[in-house]
Design a protein around this ligand. Structure first.
Ligand SMILES: [Zn+2]
Length: 539
């Protein structure tokens, strides 16, 4: 890139009518000679009032078509390599939306409720654009940020960074925040929230912001949790503690979990936005735990370790999705639900595999492949970790120490940095103890999903004390060299044994010596491999 972003000072004012205005100082450094026009992105609803350089404050020329995000800024004279340029921009506009616009976020099957609910959402506000609400130059560059907010004292504000000061005068609260680490994920949330503080010795302090008043009103129409802040707060705290144990220490000294009137969540450094829907607690089958923990997992994956480019996005979304699943399995002590979710996504990935781009190509490829970006990046990305988790599982003790050590290592190595898929592969290789090109080629850089057709037979051995089992897996739907270690569960009258079998090529056979007669055998019983399993008779 021709320009490096060196940092921002953002001074934002939100009045009691939620009108937004800001004065932002953006510092850039030229990486090449002759940079005079610089393209920036600014949310189309924000109007620029003035633009000046730093220092003497010479006017900057701005070229921007009405309501277009793209804006060109022209410096009085070209920047030479190494020169710092300062852009002082004042702007204002319709950044914060009101509840009545909620209408479009309600699910279509709510038609009969829609008219009743919409007025009740009036107490709800939302940030319409969380990425270009301040002028941006490209993405995948991190920078230090200092933020000052002037906000009505009766509203609650959450943002990123460390709170340096807070003062209230004439019903206006002025808070000053400084990013703890360079980042490009800067946002905030504001509204008529009630504030709940979670103090738990396992984790840094967490503050939950919830629109209690809106929930009281909605409760007249819909079933709801009696104390939503407690349930949501419990998942926020428990997932923060769980990920600290399995991934490593969190980056920030305090966390916000704030409610937004959307159906999605979003994560920022030390702050997660959670859909109002999860505060209703109506999701089934562990979906709420997965959703809440997914956003928290981003504090490790996506924020703690940032993807180096769009190709590496699965290191954020796939890892967060896996984190959400893993947390749900742990907190509910429910392996069945965990396996059921994996089975559902496996079937979907399999159905879509001819239409999906490989994980390792990212969204540019996905666009030309016509969609399925989310399925690939989130679901199949999570599957890649599920497969590594199983490959590193101690089949005798069911211990997960090796997998946890690998995740700790990856996080510790790239904490506060950007990582590529290859960086992750190198860490995996250190822990598996072998080159892993084959694994990444099969599961990250291709879209194949194998079908295994499993058969077995067993006879008493010649001593008459033990048994000899023959097992066979025919593999289809993949290239001939496709290989994978696949767990096999053997059940005896008393007890069971889990072993691993290398399945490679069109047909793989193995002979297993057993101490007793096997009653049942199941290939891939723990959804350890993204594969369809069928069975057949031996002959
Ligand atoms: Zn996510």
């Amino acid at each position: 890139m021709a320009i490096a972003v060196a940092g921002y000072d953002i001074d934002a004012t939100i009045d009691h009518n939620y009108k937004f205005s800001a004065g932002t100082i953006m510092r850039v450094v030229a990486r090449r000679d002759g940079q005079q026009w610089i393209p920036l992105l600014l949310y189309g609803e924000l109007h620029v009032d003035s633009a000046f350089t730093g220092g003497a404050g010479e006017p900057l020329t701005i070229y921007r078509r009405d309501h277009h995000e793209v804006m060109w800024v022209r410096f009085p004279k070209p920047l030479m390599r190494g020169d710092t340029g300062t852009i002082r921009l004042a702007y204002h506009g319709d950044l914060i939306g009101f509840g009545s616009a909620m209408d479009r976020f309600l699910p279509p099957w709510w038609d009969q409720r829609r008219r009743e609910l919409t007025p009740m959402m009036d107490s709800w506000t939302f940030i319409k654009e969380t990425e270009t609400w301040y002028p941006r130059y490209g993405f995948f560059q991190s920078f230090p940020v200092s933020l000052t907010f002037h906000t009505p004292a009766d509203l609650k504000l959450a943002t990123i960074g460390r709170l340096v000061s807070a003062d209230t005068a004439d019903q206006v609260m002025t808070t000053h925040w400084v990013s703890e680490l360079p980042t490009d994920q800067v946002s905030f949330n504001i509204g008529k929230f009630e504030e709940f503080a979670i103090r738990d010795p396992r984790i840094p302090p967490v503050i939950v912001h919830i629109n209690t008043e809106a929930h009281r009103t909605i409760a007249q129409l819909l079933p709801h949790l009696s104390r939503p802040e407690e349930q949501v707060g419990a998942d926020v705290a428990n997932s923060l503690a769980f990920f600290t144990k399995v991934f490593g220490p969190p980056l920030f000294h305090q966390y916000y979990a704030t409610e937004i009137p959307y159906f999605h969540g979003q994560a920022f450094p030390g702050m997660i936005h959670l859909s109002w829907w999860t505060f209703m607690g109506l999701g089934r089958e562990g979906a709420e735990e997965i959703f809440r923990a997914h956003e928290m997992a981003h504090q490790w994956w996506g924020i703690g370790v940032e993807p180096a480019s769009y190709r590496d996005a699965w290191l954020s979304e796939g890892f967060a999705e896996f984190g959400g699943l893993w947390y749900m399995q742990m907190i509910r002590h429910d392996n069945d639900r965990y396996l059921k979710r994996l089975k559902q996504s496996r079937e979907e990935i399999r159905r879509q595999r001819d239409k999906a781009a490989p994980i390792g190509l990212g969204w540019r490829a996905a666009e030309s492949w016509k969609g399925n970006y989310a399925l690939t990046t989130y679901q199949k990305g999570a599957w890649v970790l599920q497969m590594l988790r199983n490959m590193l599982l101690d089949t005798r003790t069911m211990g997960e120490e090796r997998f946890e050590a690998m995740m700790h290592d990856f996080y510790a190595t790239y904490r506060g940095k950007r990582a590529t898929t290859l960086d992750f592969q190198r860490v995996v290789e250190r822990h598996v103890g072998q080159p892993m090109d084959w694994f990444f080629n099969e599961w990250v850089y291709s879209t194949d999903v194998p079908t295994y057709t499993f058969a077995w037979k067993a006879n008493q051995d010649s001593t008459g004390h033990g048994y000899i089992a023959h097992v066979r897996v025919r593999q289809t739907d993949v290239p001939s060299k496709f290989g994978m270690y696949v767990p096999l569960l053997i059940t005896f009258d008393q007890g069971e044994a889990l072993i691993r079998m290398l399945v490679i090529g069109p047909s793989s056979e193995a002979v297993v010596h057993l101490p007793a007669e096997p009653k049942k055998m199941e290939l891939n019983p723990l959804e350890s491999v993204l594969a369809e399993v069928k069975t057949e008779g031996w002959d």
